[in-house]
Design a protein around this ligand. Structure first.
Ligand code: AMP
Ligand code: MG
Length: 326
């Protein structure tokens, strides 16, 4: 159900959830100070309660409503990248609800760079928690139609057009003593962040889960919980020739497939979505392309991974978590 800005404001004030556009992906928003409303996000998404939510604020002045400290490095990052696709994870004030923090001692904050999201925040006077408006682990939505396809047509959606960044924000945590860590890569790169803060990131102590994801994308499905993934099995290839060969093997075995390829060159003899070779454009179009391929209901989607290079880190991260190595 498409709704107006005024209706979205009224619903948020009334403790309801509303899907909203941001420049990264569509978010499922609720008043971040209302635990009952926040619970509706977790239920609607079927998201585990220990996955914290990002709070979207209208401007930098609201950081101290939520954060117990706002270290110099975090101030620099906020001034450089907000409004924009950077989330800051900061020590939380003690009054901040455990529901929005997923039980963590920290709070995640971002000023979105989308005129409709900003208008909503300003008009309502609220800060809203807004994880991606999809079921947990599934493909993130980058249009209002994707939200409806994933969560059903009854979900109220404020339509703000297609998302321009197209993948989730970069997440940086900054501790009270000013150490920082990149928790999730996004289109604001580690190099962009380094230029602003001037000091290297704290050496990461990786969780077992992160080690599994980063060491190697599993060779078979089911070895790690897939995230950002289509319903159709997604096989990933570093090499175009191997992708084409696999498409031939599948078709000879009577299976159907479709492919996502990045840049010019040979194509497999099945339905193909060809993206450009520009990282920003691929990020913008990635989820839309995967939603489209998923809708074909083929037996398998074959996708080409981008080069292992700094500009591609975020796209590589999302694709690697969405599928398994072919
Ligand atoms: P999303 O799923 O896009 O809403 O992003 C939520 C992700 O942000 C979580 O899965 C965490 O990785 C990170 N995050 C959010 N809030 C916090 C927090 N308070 N402390 C640490 N990480 C957080
Ligand atoms: Mg998500």
């Amino acid at each position: 159900m498409r709704i107006s800005l005024e209706d979205a404001v009224a619903r948020l004030r009334n403790g309801e959830v509303v899907a909203i556009p941001t420049e990264t992906v569509y978010g499922l928003a609720a008043d971040a100070t209302n635990d009952v409303a926040l619970q509706k996000i977790f239920t609607t998404k079927q998201r585990p309660a220990d996955h914290p939510l990002i709070v979207h604020i209208s401007d930098i002045s609201h950081v101290t409503d939520w954060a117990a400290s706002f270290p110099e490095i975090a101030v620099k990052l906020a001034k450089a990248f907000w409004p924009g696709a950077l989330t800051l994870v900061l020590p939380a004030k003690s009054h901040v609800s455990k529901v929005v923090r997923g039980g963590e001692p920290t709070i995640a904050l971002r000023v979105p760079n989308h005129p409709v999201a900003l208008a909503l925040l300003k008009l309502s006077g609220l800060s809203v928690a807004a994880p991606s408006a999809n079921l947990f682990t599934q493909l993130s939505p980058t249009t209002a139609a994707h939200v409806e396809a994933g969560l059903g047509v009854a979900i109220p959606v404020l339509d703000g057009g297609a998302c321009q960044v197209g993948i989730e924000s970069s997440i940086v945590s900054v501790s009270a003593d000013g150490q920082w860590q990149l928790l999730r890569p996004g289109m604001i790169s580690e190099a962009d962040i380094l230029k602003v803060v001037g000091s290297k990131q704290q050496i990461k102590v990786e969780s077992e889960d992160e080690k599994t994801i980063q060491a190697q994308t599993p060779k078979v499905p089911g070895q790690h919980a897939l995230h950002y993934s289509p319903r159709t099995p997604l096989m990933l290839f570093n090499n175009r020739a191997n992708l084409i060969q696999e498409s031939e093997v599948l078709m000879q075995a009577g299976k159907t497939c479709a492919a996502l390829i990045i840049g010019e060159g040979n194509q497999p003899n099945c339905q193909v979505v060809q993206l450009t070779s520009q990282p920003n454009e691929v990020a913008e179009q990635l989820y839309g392309a995967l939603h489209g391929l998923d809708a074909l209901q083929v037996d398998c989607i074959l996708a080409e991974l981008p080069p292992n290079a700094p500009a591609w880190v975020a796209v590589l991260d999302r694709l690697s978590r969405a599928g398994y190595k072919g």
